[in-house]
Design a protein around this ligand. Structure first.
Ligand code: URP
Ligand code: ZN
Ligand code: ZN
Length: 462
């Protein structure tokens, strides 16, 4: 069995930090201590660097068929890019086609990922058509396939959206087996109405994307889904929250002791809606749903992290190249929604969050790795540095700096959402299940190295 010794690093977990050595045998962490003297096949001196648990991005869309095209990263290119940026595991969404079964969706996603992904992966199931037939599939998905989280969309009417009745029924069925519903919270009818109004007025530019999806759209849906979950005492996870108003609905729910898990994404913490108002078609690069918001919303989300209201930071990685974005050149509502991000989440959160004093090292580890692992049933295998856990580790040198650019990134997308951003701290090594997968920008692993991760439960470990 191959062995690896990582010496003298500052080992950081979601609760503490200390200078320690890690001895890894095969895929697992074998020993944690100081001055370890085991003979290993390889030793890395991590003095002066941080050692974090491998990143877990709980929200990605590789090769998603969406809005008449496909997200441009495959499981191979997207997970490799993730590894370059310290993300060792992704949870992607298998999406049911309306009128089709959940089983077929799962098979389609396994087809895309199995034997191709370079990093480890799990799936959420996105339910777009909940009926008596779909209901019978839930038990098997949870108990046999390791799919314990079920996403529903309150927007994208006519394509992905489900109504409240389906939502309530889905929540009831999923809870029976220890699963959880997760939600894209935007009021699809309000969005459709505002899009139609803007189109009728001849408003075609990318800025009308945000103008058709104001914060109230998200606030209303967030409040409604929280109430639907509350009436049946169901656990709930809200994906990609963007704004103060929606977060206030969550704060209010906590006052009646309701447990709602909240995810935001790195772009909502760092970028704002002014990008949509750039000249020409440039703003299309950031067309995503919900859209980027105001600076005051970024502040609310950062505080939300520290107040324990926001639990995870993901990316909603859903890249489209500029040729694809141009499908909406003359109609903002046809711009494929989504942006690239899986590669830079960890370094951006370290640089903008930890280095700039917004969050502690422990919060950084929690929101990028430990909390998603616990919420989605990947712990204790993933998300921690502990004896017996998978040796998924990131070594980050805080003294190194670099600049993000499309010229150097590994995502299959011809622009970067963070072009020219200077980042303090550089990931020098990403270790996946004991293998040094990335070393100073060079990949030692390739297609098929990633493993599928069946999950145990969702919404039960706090
Ligand atoms: O704009 C986005 N977010 N695209 C991906 C689909 C979704 O809503 O998560
Ligand atoms: Zn969404
Ligand atoms: Zn998404």
């Amino acid at each position: 069995m191959a062995s690896l010794l990582i010496k003298n690093g500052t080992v950081v977990t979601a609760t503490d930090q200390s200078i320690a050595d890690l001895y890894i045998e095969g895929e697992k962490i074998h020993t944690i201590g100081t001055n370890l003297s085991m003979k290993a096949d390889r030793t890395i001196d991590a003095k002066g660097s941080y050692v974090f648990p491998g990143g877990i991005d709980a929200h990605t869309h590789m090769e998603l068929p969406f809005m008449g095209t496909y997200a441009s990263d495959t499981f191979e290119s997207g997970t490799l890019a993730g590894l370059h940026g310290g993300t060792t595991t992704i949870i992607d969404f298998a999406i049911q086609k309306q009128g089709d079964s959940l089983g077929n969706a799962l098979n389609a996603w396994h087809e895309k990922a199995d034997g191709k992904a370079v990093g480890d992966y799990a799936f959420h199931m996105a339910v777009t058509d909940f009926n008596d037939k779909t209901r019978t599939e839930i038990k098997d998905l949870v108990e046999k396939q390791g799919i314990t989280s079920f996403k529903m969309f309150m927007a994208y009417k006519g394509a992905l959206m489900v109504d409240d009745r389906q939502t309530i029924a889905l929540m009831e069925e999923v809870k029976k087996y220890g699963g959880m519903v997760t939600t894209h919270a935007e009021n699809g009818d309000m969005v459709d109405h505002l899009i139609a109004k803007n189109r009728a007025a001849g408003n075609t530019a990318p800025k009308y994307h945000v103008l058709s999806r104001p914060a109230i759209v998200e606030e209303e849906a967030t409040g409604r889904i929280i109430d639907l979950a509350h009436q049946g005492d169901h656990p709930l996870y809200i994906v990609h929250m963007t704004c103060e108003e929606a977060l206030e609905r969550v704060r209010w729910a906590t006052k009646r002791n309701q447990k709602v898990w909240v995810e935001t994404c790195v772009q909502y913490l760092l970028l704002d809606e002014s990008l949509y108002f750039k000249e020409g078609f440039e703003g299309s690069k950031w067309v995503m749903s919900p859209p980027l918001r105001k600076k005051k919303d970024q502040d609310a989300l950062w505080s939300g992290i520290n107040q324990g209201l926001v639990h995870t930071v993901a990316t909603d990685h859903c890249p489209f190249c500029m040729d694809q974005k141009k499908m909406g050149l003359n109609d903002f509502s046809k711009i494929p929604n989504g942006a690239p991000g899986v590669e830079h989440r960890m370094e951006l959160m370290f640089s903008e969050g930890v280095v700039k004093g917004k969050i502690s090292l422990q919060k950084f580890v929690d929101v990028t790795s430990t909390a998603p692992a616990r919420i989605f049933g990947l712990a204790p295998r993933k998300g921690i540095i502990a004896i017996g856990a998978d040796a998924d580790l990131v070594i980050l040198d805080p003294k190194k700096a670099h600049t993000i650019s499309v010229k150097t990134h590994h995502m299959n997308c011809d622009y970067s959402a963070y072009e020219g951003w200077n980042v303090s701290g550089k990931i020098t090594h990403t270790i996946l299940r004991g293998t040094v997968a990335i070393e100073n920008g060079k990949a030692n692993v390739g297609k098929g190295f990633g493993k599928y991760l069946p999950r145990t439960s969702s919404g039960t470990q706090i």
